[in-house]
Write a protein that binds this ligand. Sequence first.
Ligand code: DAH
Length: 349
Amino acid sequence: MQEGQELNIGAVRDSFRESLANARTLQDLDELRVKFTSKKGELTLLLRSLGKLPQDQRKTAGQELNTLRDEIESQLEQTSKKIRDSQNEQQEINEKIDVTLPEKGRSVGAFHPVIQTMHEIANIMQGLGYSVATGPEKEEEFYNFECLNVPSWHPARDMQDTFYFQDGTLLRTHTSPVQVRSMLKYGAPLRIICPGKVYRRDNDTTHSPMFNQMEGLLIDKNVPFSVMKGTMSEMLNAFFGRSLRYRFRASYFPFTEPSMELDIECVECSGHDEHCRVCHGTGWLEVVGMGMVHPNVIRAGKIDPEVYNGFAFGIGLDRMAMLKYGISDLRLLFDGNVSYFLSGFEEAK
Ligand code: DAH
């Protein structure tokens, strides 16, 4: 071994100190440990070559190397402790719970606008002495069509319009089948409403294959036409919270005679805006189908049409909800978007 061997010790020391100063992570320290103290580490190699030194130099070189080894080991240990301490500290800061933070807030559920509409109209009608009746959504052809005087050739019976099951039953296309079901169940006199889901093979921007209707039926002795008109205007004024103008138009439904459609003044523009997005400038909105119950229907309900008569109406609840709450797209009603839509409607007072 020549001179300069001692210089080598100094170089390893300098290299260690420099590397240590740059070490940031525990992994960096591991790498240093390998670089200097593993079997082929720089310090180990120096220690191994001690024996090759001339006798007189071994002692001092040995001492120097021992000092360096101590320094390397203690520095690695201390730095590793420092890194671990600061990691723990950081973790504590991250995981600390700040009990003074305000709570995230709790969201409160709300009724869907269609359900709200259903409740509101049902309340109004219950105030007029009507009870709520129900019927099945999977219905028999007899109740949905036949007993409602809808002849077999009627286009509504077409597969195009109606969802049929294999067994000949169907998804009710309107709430009207509850009329005869209720007459058979309760007899006369009778005042019922029936809210519920109905289904048709329709799906576009203004039609959904499932939608909501409310049926109404009054059967009594000597029911005049005017009671129907009065009941309808009473119901709609109460629902919209003001006195509206009405227009009764002659129409046709197989289960009523005579049949009418009821238009209300446009709730958006009252007929003053020729570009109104709701009434498209007509000033009128068609909201209810109705009429005096056809004698055949009363007969199907096992009630004598010579003694009893009455009126019936059908109202689209989705459309009513849209008009009342200013919802412009029918599809919004059915896509279940809670944050954007459902929670946005205050329950009616
Ligand atoms: N069932 C009809 C429909 O779905 C609505 C209707 C019209 C119901 C007149 C009635 C009525 O009770 O009298 O279009």
